[in-house]
Design a protein. Structure first.
Length: 200
């Protein structure tokens, strides 16, 4: 097997999907150019990531606070039903400022491309997403939901409150045009993973 050829085939396929999804565009003459790398995901599939080492060095650190995980887990206790959701292409749901898009440029064999949405690998991406979900779910946090970046747990004391709480969550998602990955969501269960810990 030609590993170099296989690497570029994976990257070219990924670029094609991202162009079709309107997540990126072609560019020319960039001062910032990163390299794509391929990494194996937990599910065994290969995925393209961009190595943004130079732009990340130049970027100031955003000190927006992430929630304390132990507080989030404690807040799920004493609830009969839990629902666990995960965002669909989470970071890619946030549009890049047009003036910053070309700073995400990367090179492949067919050409240069940049992201129109926030790509994985940029510094401050986690806190940027946390800021978004804090705004999206502000009226529901602590009372009905707990959110850690792109992981959310919905807390309900009964089946009746579960339906009502899901309605609130879906309304907030629709209002901010955010989508869930239904393959990674479970509703009305007694335990699950959040964020990386078993809660019940």
């Amino acid at each position: 097997m030609n590993f170099a050829l296989d690497r570029w085939r994976i990257i070219d396929n990924e670029v094609g999907k991202l162009l079709t999804a309107d997540f990126m565009r072609e560019v020319e003459y960039q001062s910032w150019i990163a390299n794509p790398v391929r990494m194996k995901k937990a599910n065994g599939k290969w995925h393209m990531y961009i190595d943004y080492i130079d732009p990340n060095r130049a970027c100031l650190k955003d000190s927006f606070p992430l929630p304390r995980i132990n507080r989030l887990i404690d807040a799920t206790l004493r609830f009969e039903l839990l629902s666990f959701t995960d965002a669909y292409s989470g970071y890619n749901q946030i549009q890049m400022d047009p003036t910053d898009q070309e700073k995400t440029a990367f090179m492949t064999e067919p050409g240069l491309y940049c992201y129109k949405v926030i790509p994985f690998g940029l510094k401050n991406i986690g806190v940027t997403y946390q800021r978004l979900v804090n705004k999206t779910f502000a009226p529901l946090i602590d009372d009905k939901v707990e959110v850690y970046i792109n992981d959310m747990v919905l807390k309900s004391k009964s089946h009746e409150t579960l339906i009502a709480n899901l309605t609130y969550v879906f309304y907030a998602l629709r209002k901010f045009n955010l989508k869930l990955n239904l393959n990674k969501c479970v509703f009305g269960v007694t335990s699950g993973k959040f964020p990386g810990y078993i809660v019940k």
